[in-house]
Design a protein around this ligand. Structure first.
Ligand code: 0L1
Ligand code: MG
Length: 262
C-alpha cells in the first residue's frame, strides 16, 4: 500500500460526495500518482463502509470492463470489480432521472445469482456453474465521476467502477436451460438497434467473470456468499444516453429490460 489511512478515507469521502451530488471530479491518480491497486480497492471498500454506516444495503456485486468491446472502448486490458446498493436499483420500465447523474451510459448485462459461496483462489467456470442458482437479465447505468471520462483503471476501481443505477427485468431462468456463451443480446435506443452481442463477449463465458471476481476477493480474504446477485459486465460497449432516451434490451430466452431517461 502506498497511501495512508487518512488519504484512503479522504479520497473515499471525495468520490462518494461526487457520486451523491452528481458532480464530476478530476481523476484521483493525478494528485496521488503513487496510489497502488490495493489502495484503489481500499478506497472502494471505504465507500462501501460509509454507505452501510448510513443504512444502505449492498444488494449485489459487479464485474466491469469484462467484454472485449468495453476494454477496447476504455483502453484497458483487465476487468475490475465493484458493488451495487439498494438505492441504485430502479424498476423495469421505469424512469431514470438525469439530474441525479453526470454523463450516464447503459450496458446490457447477464447476471448470475449464487446458491453456494464461492471463494478463491482456484475458482474457474466449472466451480462457478456449480454454484449458480439462476440467471437474470439487467441493464447497468454507469456514471463515471471523472470529468470527460479522463481516468485510469485504478481511479475507476476507487470510484466503485462507475456504479450508479441498475434495472433488473425479464425473467429468471435456470442456468441448465441456457447456453450463456451463445445467449444473444440486442440493445435498442429510441427504437433503433445500436448494439448486439452474445454472452461469450464477456471473457469467453460470463461465468469466467465470476470466477475472476471470486479469485480477486479471495486474495483480499473475502468470498462471494450464497444468494449473491452478480452483474457479469456489459456484453457490448457502453452506450451514452440523454434525457428523453428510451432504452430497450432484448435478451435471448430471458425477456427484456427497459427504461426511460428523463
Ligand atoms: O461496469 C463497468 O463496465 C465499469 C466501467 C468503468 C469505466 C466506465 O465508466 O466506463
Ligand atoms: Mg457494467
Amino acid at each position: 500500500m502506498a497511501l495512508n489511512r487518512h488519504d484512503i478515507e479522504a479520497l473515499a469521502a471525495h468520490l462518494e460526495a461526487a457520486q451523491l451530488e452528481a458532480r464530476d471530479v478530476t481523476k484521483i491518480t493525478a494528485d496521488f500518482p503513487q496510489m497502488d491497486w490495493a489502495d484503489a480497492y481500499d478506497i472502494q471498500d471505504e465507500i462501501r463502509r460509509r454507505k452501510e454506516a448510513r443504512g444502505r444495503r449492498v444488494v449485489g456485486l459487479k464485474a466491469g470492463l469484462t467484454s472485449f468491446a468495453k476494454m477496447k472502448q476504455m483502453g484497458v486490458d483487465s476487468p475490475c470489480f465493484g458493488f451495487v446498493t439498494d438505492d441504485m436499483a430502479r424498476p423495469d420500465g421505469g424512469e431514470i432521472r438525469m439530474d441525479e447523474l453526470i454523463h450516464p451510459k447503459v450496458e446490457a448485462e447477464i447476471c448470475l445469482v449464487t446458491k453456494a459461496a464461492l471463494r478463491g483462489p482456484g475458482c474457474h467456470v466449472g466451480t462457478v456453474m456449480a454454484a449458480i442458482d439462476f440467471v437474470l437479465p439487467a441493464v447497468e447505468v454507469i456514471d463515471s465521476r471523472y470529468r470527460d471520462f479522463k481516468f485510469d483503471l485504478k481511479s475507476v476501481i476507487a470510484d466503485n467502477t462507475s456504479a450508479a443505477r441498475f434495472v433488473i427485468g425479464g425473467r429468471a431462468r435456470d442456468v441448465e436451460d441456457l447456453d450463456l456463451r451463445t445467449l444473444g443480446v440486442v440493445l435498442e435506443k429510441n427504437g433503433r438497434i445500436v448494439s448486439m452481442a452474445a454472452g461469450a463477449a464477456v471473457l469467453g463465458h460470463p461465468a469466467a467473470a465470476v470466477a475472476m471476481m471470486a479469485n480477486h476477493l479471495g486474495a483480499r480474504g473475502q468470498e462471494i456468499p450464497a444468494g449473491t446477485f452478480i452483474m457479469t459486465g456489459g456484453v457490448t460497449e457502453a452506450i451514452a444516453v440523454e434525457a428523453g432516451d428510451h432504452v430497450l434490451v432484448r435478451f435471448q430466452d430471458l425477456g427484456s429490460v427497459s427504461m426511460r431517461f428523463a
